[in-house]
Design a protein around this ligand. Structure first.
Ligand code: EPZ
Length: 424
């Protein structure tokens, strides 16, 4: 795994162009398996998880042309590839998003056998809600010896599904299965994330009949065939929030361009509470700390529209150097604090109590050699290196390449002194 050598402390300031949303692009790419007509998707970010997804689509027989946009033709899939060879199995095990192969392949071929998906080690990452949802739509599906095995005789049958808890992934699996179902599917208590809305907008562009995105009830009217079409992915709200934090913790100022501030309203609200000056426009948002130290604030993560768990490590870092005492409560994932020990090595005054992390802000972190444990922890350790005094080494930074496009270029353009050391 590569590492970053970072020299701090620096003030991060300037402009950054936000890339397309990883968590919108991934389900949309798997959803492209549902149509036999050509589609073109714009604003897909260049990330490791996207590359792995494209390799999986190619393995299944999808024809893909990569230009600025991505052209996809899923008309001729390899029907026999409902069980995977070791090459495909390794790809499937490396990302969480591969779970979204199940619904389209059951729709197209009526059977599937894939290994359990991968994903960041931030909790157990169960898939019971995916399984329950697809069973309610008529699939025979179960997990055996770390494989997911599924069959469906003909078509999925529409049903009313009440989600026992908010799940982005399971909501997506159910939507993808219900597109061609006989009659109507209703999902009560679905996830409301902007990435789900983007998937629904994409599918409706291709002729799907889905309503209620972002509400407590999604209604999917089964259709017989999706068309082709063109679609532009929304911007990445978590990348936007990450760069706003980068400026806030270094008492700098930043303008994030090509992003939609409506999708991270609560993050902007919380940043205002730290004393940041926030301005927003139709497709941009800016933060100016006016060289002031942020105020510490309490955060509780929750399903959208509450505070995003994917911004939890970044905000913990802000509280570590803020003025005051604060608590961050993680309610979504049960193991998303692995990075805390690494920050303690940098002098953080922080301790864990069950699903809460309590911080007493200090003025300056000190440099150290630290190791990333997952995507959002990795980027938070890199930002910590930017504001710590001295040379910080962050190991295992390939995690970052999963979710941040050209991270060192974007940070360098803001004034970071950062160098990637490639592993042999
Ligand atoms: C998606 O993960 C995102 N990943 C995550 O982003 C994000 O943190 C998460 O949604 C929550 O917003 C992608 O979109 C690729 P969930 P997902 O199903 O779908 C439990 C990042 O950093 N659960 O909403 O896996 C689960 O354990 C990544 O970009 C079940 O119990 O999340 C968790 O406690 C990290 N059974 C909660 O629900 C299930 O079958 C929310 O999980 C599924 C989930």
């Amino acid at each position: 795994m590569d590492k970053f050598i970072i020299k701090g402390p620096v003030r991060l300031k300037g402009e950054v162009i936000i890339s397309g949303s990883k968590n919108a692009a991934l389900p949309i790419l798997f959803a492209s398996l549902l149509t036999e007509e050509p589609i073109e998707i714009m604003n897909i970010p260049k990330l490791k998880d996207i590359d792995i997804t494209i390799k999986l689509l190619l393995y299944l027989g999808v024809k893909i042309k990569k230009k600025d946009s991505i052209e996809i033709d899923a008309s001729n899939l390899y029907k026999y590839r409902t069980t995977m060879d070791p090459f495909a199995e390794n790809l499937i095990k490396s990302i969480r998003a591969s779970i979204w192969m199940i619904s389209p392949l059951l729709v197209r071929f009526g059977k599937i056998k894939i290994p359990l998906p991968g994903g960041c080690l931030i909790g157990k990452r169960p898939i019971n809600l995916h399984i329950d949802g697809l069973r309610k739509l008529g699939a025979k599906i179960y997990v055996k010896k770390n494989y997911i095995i599924g069959y469906i005789k003909k078509k999925f049958k529409g049903s009313c599904i009440i989600m026992e808890k908010n799940s982005v992934g399971a909501t997506i699996s159910i939507i993808l299965a219900a597109i061609y179902a006989s009659n109507i599917t209703i999902i009560k208590n679905p996830a409301k994330e902007p990435e789900i809305k983007d998937l629904i907008n994409f599918l409706n562009t291709l002729g799907a009949k889905i309503s209620g995105a972002g509400t407590n009830k999604i209604i999917i009217e089964g259709i017989t065939k999706l068309k082709g079409g063109c679609y532009k992915i929304i911007s990445d709200r978590i990348e936007t929030g990450t760069f706003l934090i980068a400026a806030a913790i270094s008492r700098g100022k930043i303008l994030c361009k090509k992003t939609d501030p409506k999708n991270l309203a609560i993050v902007l609200e919380k940043l205002k509470n730290t004393g940041a000056k926030i301005k927003t426009g139709k497709n941009w948002c800016s933060l100016d700390m006016k060289n002031k130290r942020p105020k510490a604030i309490d955060i509780i993560t929750g399903p959208y529209p509450y505070f995003p768990t994917d911004m939890q490590p970044q905000f913990t870092l802000l509280n570590l150097i803020a003025n005051g005492i604060s608590t961050i409560t993680e309610t979504i994932f049960e193991n998303r604090f692995l990075y805390v020990n690494e920050l303690v090595r940098m002098g953080a005054n922080i301790f864990l109590k069950k699903n809460k992390v309590c911080c007493k802000g200090i003025k300056l972190l000190s440099n150290a050699e630290v190791t990333a444990t997952d995507l959002r922890a990795a980027v938070s350790l890199v930002l910590a290196g930017c504001i710590a005094s001295g040379i910080t080494i962050v190991n295992n930074i390939n995690y970052i390449d999963r979710g941040y496009e050209k991270i060192e270029d974007k940070l360098s353009s803001l004034g970071a002194i950062i160098q990637r050391i490639k592993s042999e």
